[in-house]
Every structure is written in C-alpha cells, then in structure tokens.
Design a binder for this molecule. Structure first.
Ligand code: SAM
Length: 389
C-alpha cells in the first residue's frame, strides 16, 4: 500500500513531468554541445545557452538519453529547488519541505558541492553539514526507495545573493569517462575535448581519420565510436540509474537498440600511430577491449616519416594532432621549432586534408592560418586550431 502510494508520488512529481536541467560544459564547448542536442532532435526552445553550459527543459527520460548520447558536456544537473534563505533556520525549513526521497534512493552516500556568493550564509562546509543531516533524515524515513546497489549521489548547492539553487547530479563520473579505456598514457586528452576538436575539424562518420601522435588513442577511439554509431555512454553507468524516478526498462531498450544498430565498418578508416612503443601497447589494449581492431589501423611510426594512407577511395580526410608539450618535450627541445617542423611536414604531405591540432597558447603561432579557440585542459591554457591544410 505504502510503496504504491510512493510510486504514484514519484510518477506525478518526478517521472511524469518536465524538469529544468543544467548541462555543464567546459568553457568553450557550450556551442558544440548545443549542436549535438539539436542534431539529436531536441527542439531549440527546450534549450538556453549560457556561460558554462546549457539550460534544458525536459523529462528525466530525456536527461537519461542525453547522458547516454552526448559527447561534449561534463555532467547534467537536475534542478530540484530554488528559494531565498538568509539564515540557517530558513535554509533548514526549505530543505525540510523538499521531499528528497522522491529523487534519491535511501541507500545513498551523499556528497556536496557548495558555492556561495554575496550571501549571508557563506560557509560552504556549514551549509553542506546542515543540509546533509536533513536530507539523510528524509531518505531514512522508511517510505522511500532502495536502489539495487548503494550509490554515491552529489547534491549541488549554489547560493547567490541569498538565493539558493539546489540540484542533483544525474551523471556521476564526469561524462568524458566513457568507460572504454583499459589504460592511459601520460597526458591523455579528455574525450570531450577530443570530440570537440573532431567536431570543429568537420569530422563525420564517413571520413578517414589520421591520428599520428595517438598516445592512448583518445581521438581514434572517439572516431571509431562515431563511425560505429555507438553512444559514448554505452559502456558506463550513471548516478540517475539508482534514482526512484529512473525507468530501467526504457533505458535498457535504448541501450539495446544502440547495440543492435552498431555499424560494421568494412575497411579500416582510422589510422593511428605513435613513435613510442609503450603508447602503442596501451592503445592496442584499448582498441581490443571493445572490438575496434577492425576499424583502427595501428602502427609504430615517426610522424615525420608518415605519408597519407592508401585507401580504396583515395579520399582526403581529417588529421588530428596533440603534440607533446611542457615537460614532456624535454628541456632541450624548442617547442616553436618542433611545431614549425610539424607545419612543414603537413604542408608538404597533407595538402587538402582538414586539420585539428592542440597547442599550448604561448607557443601557438600563425600555423597554417587556422581558426584558434581557447580550451581548458587540466589547468593548462591551450588552443584548439582547425582548418584546411
Ligand atoms: C600529448 S601525447 C598525445 C596524447 C593523446 N592525444 C591521448 O589522448 O592519449 C603526445 C604523443 O605524441 C607522441 N609523439 C611525440 N613525437 C612523435 C613523433 N615524432 N611521431 C609520432 N608520435 C610522436 C608521444 O609519444 C605521445 O604519445
């Protein structure tokens, strides 16, 4: 009796209606994300582009589909409360009225991410502590929902001029973690940045890709998934999968459909290489783990001795480069000289190819008159350059 009343409340308040979500993006990737969402068929008026991400209005099932299918964002937050509070008493009253048991499972470990700006309540640990006690109380009320496995759930609290915004993280591990890499090399690129570079360079599923400084193979694996039509989230789990409002049957159907629609590529159209044998060994493990050996051609080679691959179609494609920088270049190597050599090589052997390259901002020079966009990677100030060679 009690559980069916609870189920009805979840249906009415969570599953059966639209919510506001915030799709968090790395600075500079917001428009890439908007293009992805529009390409997935969501209407323009469900979206609002703001600094740091996109506001999206839709159902929990839409957010599940976006988590599964989007390549560029970092995470998706579900907004569950907004109110004014300039004292702990008011904050606690509002939190008590919020019914967290409809959104989170009873067997949750809670984490908090709190920011406060120009607000009377500014001590983030104190805000988190007060809210945690009350939310745990609600979850332990005994009328709620137990997920199959205990999970960690993150509550985001943002206070701005005493206005509180409470959100729940639907994603869990950041979305760039696709769950397909078995191993990484030093300085791997995040998958969402690798995707953005492919996107800006105009890579599409029918293109040939050359990845001649492949490292752990981030570009190649991303391109292989795009070619095969595999959603980036197919091999990982999400925080929302433990929520009472989550429909596991509908989500399993979505994933099964994606598995069934996997496109088999008849010819190797992705050419990955690296000068370093240990990077090759890492990449070999990564591509074998998900059966990408049919799609990705892998070999050990110096970029400077490389020529465009001979394919049946002979067409030109996209070349992506994330050359070593900083400490990894060694003290004696002059970065500008290396990047100048790369430019010479591209101009002599890859005329007409589309290029995507990542360089540290301070060393970027008017290489090939590319379009440069600032991106942020592990605290480094870097530029993504794209254009035709
Ligand atoms: C910054 S890492 C690339 C990381 C890669 N994007 C990833 O996500 O794993 C640079 C790579 O360039 C490779 N490299 C450096 N000089 C090279 C050369 N002359 N030819 C081919 N690869 C080279 C290094 O071995 C290293 O794996």
């Amino acid at each position: 009796m009690e559980s069916s009343a609870f189920e009805k409340r979840v249906k009415r308040r969570v599953r059966g209606r639209e919510h506001d979500f915030f799709i968090v993006c790395s600075p500079g990737l917001e428009k890439v994300c908007r293009s992805e969402i529009l390409a997935a068929g969501f209407p323009k008026d469900s979206l609002n582009l703001v600094e740091g991400g996109l506001e999206f209005r839709g159902r929990l099932s839409d957010a599940a589909a976006l988590n599964l299918n989007l390549r560029s964002p970092s995470r998706i937050l579900m907004r569950v409360g907004r109110f004014k509070a300039d004292s702990f008493e008011k904050l606690e009253k509002k939190i008590r009225a919020m019914d967290f048991d409809l959104f989170l499972p009873e067997n949750s470990e809670l984490k908090f991410s709190v920011t406060a700006h120009k607000s009377r309540l500014y001590h983030s640990d104190a805000i988190a502590g007060r809210c945690e006690a009350l939310i745990l109380d609600q979850l332990a009320s005994g009328t709620g929902f137990m997920a199959e496995k205990p999970s960690t759930q993150t509550v985001y609290i943002r206070a701005d001029q005493d206005e509180f915004h409470i959100s729940l993280d639907s994603t869990g591990n950041l979305l760039f973690k696709r769950g397909i890499k078995v191993k990484v090399t030093p300085a791997p690129l995040r998958e969402n940045l690798a995707f953005a570079l492919l996107f800006w360079a105009g890579f599409s599923a029918s293109d040939i890709l050359l990845d001649p400084m492949a490292g752990a193979g981030t570009f190649s694996l991303e391109a292989a998934m795009i070619k095969a039509g595999i959603p980036p989230g197919l091999f990982r789990s999400f925080a929302f999968e433990s929520w009472p409002g989550f429909s596991s049957r509908a989500f399993a159907r979505l994933k099964n459909q994606a598995q069934e629609n996997r496109v088999l590529i008849p010819e190797k159209e992705i050419f990955a290489s690296d000068i370093d044998a240990s990077a090759l060994a890492v990449m070999q493990q990564n591509i074998s783990a998900h059966d990408f050996c049919q799609t990705i051609d892998l070999c050990q080679r110096d970029f400077f001795s490389l020529t465009p691959p001979a394919t049946a179609s002979g067409k030109k494609g996209v070349i992506v480069l994330n050359p070593p920088y900083g400490k990894r270049l060694g003290e004696k190597t002059n970065p500008r000289a290396l990047y100048g050599e790369i430019e010479k090589k591209l101009l002599s052997d890859f005329k007409g190819w589309r290029l995507g390259i990542i360089l540290p901002s301070k060393d970027a020079h008017p290489l090939l008159r590319l379009q440069w966009r600032p991106i942020f990677h592990g605290g480094l100030d870097i530029l993504a350059g794209t254009g035709i060679i």
